[in-house]
Design a protein. Structure first.
Length: 321
């Protein structure tokens, strides 16, 4: 066989394969969360949507691997090590515990955190400014002054606020410390109910019944995962329940005020896109989600003995019953 003919034949055989996309050229994004719950699910959906809007489509030119630690920090560390070994283009770490394990596992692979309350207190970044390194992200830092203003509007005679949270979760500890600082000048005291595991949420809430005028649920992964148990205690004890996640009004809080997690996911997705396009995470300052929503659950308010004023109802983003 003459050489020109062999070359032509080889080109003909390989031509169909040349048209196929090279997997090595696909963008690779690994996503992890400490647990599955609606707020984090909404944020993850927002990230996927933002990637698609920028042209990164799962199954087309984006390889996306999602793994949940199912509430287990040891599993979160295993996932972090696996992702580092996979060497994706970006690791997205949702929630403070997952972000801490990923940041501890690599200083090379770009990391975008999402739904982390205080990345500085959690030691993910040195400051809110762009500080170099391989980490940036979006915080769901609650505007606690607005949360307390809402509580005052809903319960003007309240003196004692109960808080259920996981003392082992850095973002929750930081939020409670800030809440105490703001509550004291407002004439409010904060009484804690510790829930280091999801199964402890109900008993922690029960310990507050009869001692507090309202229960405040921060953006805590244990509390969010077991929120129905917390709401049941609030209903039975007729204690108004206010949550720092608006979506929790649909799960039994009388009032839910805070970040829209789908919007937070879209904002996080924009940072992932910037990194995929070549920006260094260390050159991007950490951000805070700017959206604030108020959802009111009238049925839950009635069960918990909370009278809703017309002014409060009018200020709500959405009212459900």
């Amino acid at each position: 066989m003459k050489r020109p003919f062999r070359v032509a034949l080889l080109a003909l055989v390989l031509a169909p394969f040349a048209a196929l996309p090279a997997h090595a050229a696909d963008a690779r994004v690994s996503v992890t969360a400490i647990v599955d719950h609606p707020a984090l699910d909404a944020a993850r959906q927002g990230i996927v949507e933002e990637l698609a809007a920028a042209g990164y489509v799962v199954g087309k030119n984006l390889r996306l691997d999602y793994q949940s630690a199912q509430g287990n920090t040891a599993t979160a560390a295993q996932i972090a090590r696996k992702f580092v070994g996979d060497r994706p283009d970006v690791i997205v770490a949702m929630s403070t515990p997952s972000a801490q394990t990923v940041v501890a596992a690599t200083r090379e692979i770009p990391i975008v955190f999402s739904a982390v309350t205080d990345p500085v207190a959690a030691k993910l970044v040195k400051s809110w400014e762009a500080t170099g390194g391989n980490v940036t992200g979006v915080s769901d830092l609650p505007l606690l002054d607005k949360h307390l203003a809402l509580l005052r509007q809903a319960l003007p005679t309240a003196k004692r606020i109960g808080v259920v949270y996981n003392p082992g979760e850095a973002n929750s500890v930081a939020a409670i410390a800030q809440l105490k600082k703001l509550a004291q000048p407002a004439g409010l005291s904060v009484i804690e109910g510790a829930a280091p595991r999801t199964v402890d949420v109900a008993s922690a809430a029960q310990s507050l019944v009869g001692k507090v005028d309202a229960i405040y649920a921060p953006t805590d992964n244990n509390v969010t995962s077991a929120f129905e148990a917390l709401a049941k205690v609030a209903d039975q004890g007729r204690v108004p329940l206010i949550a720092a996640d608006p979506s929790l009004a649909a799960r039994g809080a009388a009032l839910g005020i805070g970040t829209n997690y789908h919007d937070l996911g879209r904002q996080s997705g924009k940072l992932v896109v910037r990194v995929l396009k070549g920006e260094s995470p260390g050159s991007i300052a950490s951000q805070v989600s700017p959206t604030l929503e108020l959802l009111v659950n009238q049925a839950a308010a009635r069960r918990q003995g909370l009278a809703l004023s017309d002014a409060l109802l009018k200020s709500a983003t959405r009212v459900i019953d």
